[in-house]
Design a protein around this ligand. Structure first.
Ligand code: SF4
Length: 425
């Protein structure tokens, strides 16, 4: 039997990347940094449920009781409820999901159930925001634990991006509020935000002719952008931007980093004029842990091993791997492998464990020997799921994620462009 990541953390706390993870998530929730108000344009839900305020009775319930309550509440709510679970979500929660996928697939899954009154999103905050934007106006989106943010998304806040945009536009001699095409019919610059960003930044892209991308369709999106603009401001993940643009032939010298704490992002005006892709100074704390050394060691142990990593990993790691791709691409890579193959994966541990359980005839392992789940997604514990579902049965909505309609309307423009940009085969 494959242990869940929760079991693994409990069994081997000394091997975990974060010793706080061994505590119950309600204790972990009290660590400041996430939750309503910390992810830029968050609206405080009504009623407000602060992180760490899961009613105590749910904290004390056994796994069996939580399981029975979730199953019963789900059965009572029937077709009125749809539960979405991200690939990186823990098994104890994902087993209740009606759809499991990456953020791109879950965005589409939310669209496929217009009759469900409530969407419970077992992922992180930006995903629930996106579901709220794309769903029907009479649908309600719930994030079981409001502390489930995304550290990468929080690395690009709206005001820093607005300031960067003004400085960049000034360098190109254009009005930041009214960027128009030049004689060639192209914009001097166009914003592209990764799905892992706040609704406010998606709205920023919608207002400025830009687009949202996922790790599945980033190459298609950059092609779309370069048809319309000479340059791209890509945020918040520098690695996805760099890896994707490099694979398209953009030179590294034409991809300067934008550090929001420095004037001109730490660049000269000439560098900005020569740039093709301005990369925001953001990263994923999980994928940043993968190294070339880990790949070298895996190959030393088994020269036949195949390595696939997520494009949120640093460029050197992507270059050293046999393949890179989104969570969906990683799944397809594993499915296409043969029995007996050995495959090292550079992505979040919950997904790797699930693939290992799904394909027991293949030797599948995580490149990182230290157990490091997405610590924000980890905060969706079955206790929170049981609580929000039982409240729904009683007619009460907790932890609703509701994006301001003014933000939502602009964000939807950028998201609709994303949905039209199909991933490359
Ligand atoms: S894995 Fe990284 S990018 Fe994905 S939700 Fe977690 S912190 Fe954010």
């Amino acid at each position: 039997m494959t242990a869940s990541v929760n079991d693994l953390i409990t069994l081997t706390p000394k091997d975990s990347c974060n010793t706080k993870l061994v505590a119950g998530p309600w204790d972990f929730d009290t660590v400041p940094g996430y939750g309503p108000g910390s992810s830029q344009a968050d609206q405080l839900p009504d009623p407000v449920s602060r992180p760490g305020q899961l009613p105590e009775r749910y904290q004390l319930m056994s796994d069996t009781e939580l399981d029975e309550r979730i199953v019963a509440a789900k059965a009572t709510l029937g077709e009125e409820l749809v539960i979405l679970g991200h690939f990186y979500q823990r098994d104890e929660v994902v087993k209740y999901a009606d759809f499991v996928g990456d953020s791109f697939q879950l965005a589409k899954a939310a669209l496929s159930r217009p009759k469900a009154k409530t969407i419970v999103f077992c992922g992180v905050h930006f995903m629930a925001e996106t579901a709220d934007i794309l769903s029907e106006s009479d649908q309600t989106v719930i994030l079981p634990n409001l502390a489930a943010g995304c550290s990468m998304a929080d690395m690009a806040d709206e005001s820093s991006v607005e300031t960067a945009w003004e400085e960049i536009c000034e360098t190109y001699g254009v009005d930041p509020e009214h960027v128009v095409p030049d004689a060639e019919g192209k914009l001097p610059i166009l914003p592209v935000t990764y799905m892992n960003s706040s609704a406010a930044l998606k709205a920023f892209c919608g207002r400025h002719g830009g687009i949202v991308c996922t790790s599945s369709n980033a190459a298609t999106v950059l092609e779309w952008a370069f048809e319309r603009a000479h340059r791209v401001l890509f945020f918040p993940d520098q690695h996805l931007g760099r890896n994707t643009a490099k694979a398209m032939g953009v030179a590294l010298e034409q991809m300067p980093m934008w550090n929001p704490r420095k004037a001109l992002g730490g660049n000269t005006e000439e560098q900005l004029r020569e740039a093709k892709v301005l990369l925001w100074h953001g990263f994923c704390s999980v994928h940043r842990r993968f190294t070339v050394d880990q790949i070298t060691q895996a190959r030393a142990a088994d020269p036949q091993v195949k390595i696939i990593v997520h494009p949120e990993c640093p460029m050197e790691v992507v270059d050293a791997a046999d393949a890179s791709g989104s969570t969906d691409a990683i799944q397809k890579f594993i499915a296409a492998a043969s029995p007996g193959d050995s495959i090292g994966i550079g992505t979040e541990i919950n997904m790797v464990n699930r693939l290992a359980a799904q394909y027991p005839d293949r030797s599948i392992f995580c490149l990182d020997p230290v157990i490091c789940p997405c610590s924000t997604m980890y905060r969706i514990h079955p206790g929170y799921l049981a609580w929000v579902l039982e409240e729904l049965v009683e007619g009460r909505v907790n932890n609703q994620i509701s994006v301001d309609p003014k933000v939502s309307s602009h964000a939807k423009i950028a998201l609709d462009r994303m949905l039209a940009a199909k991933p490359k085969a």
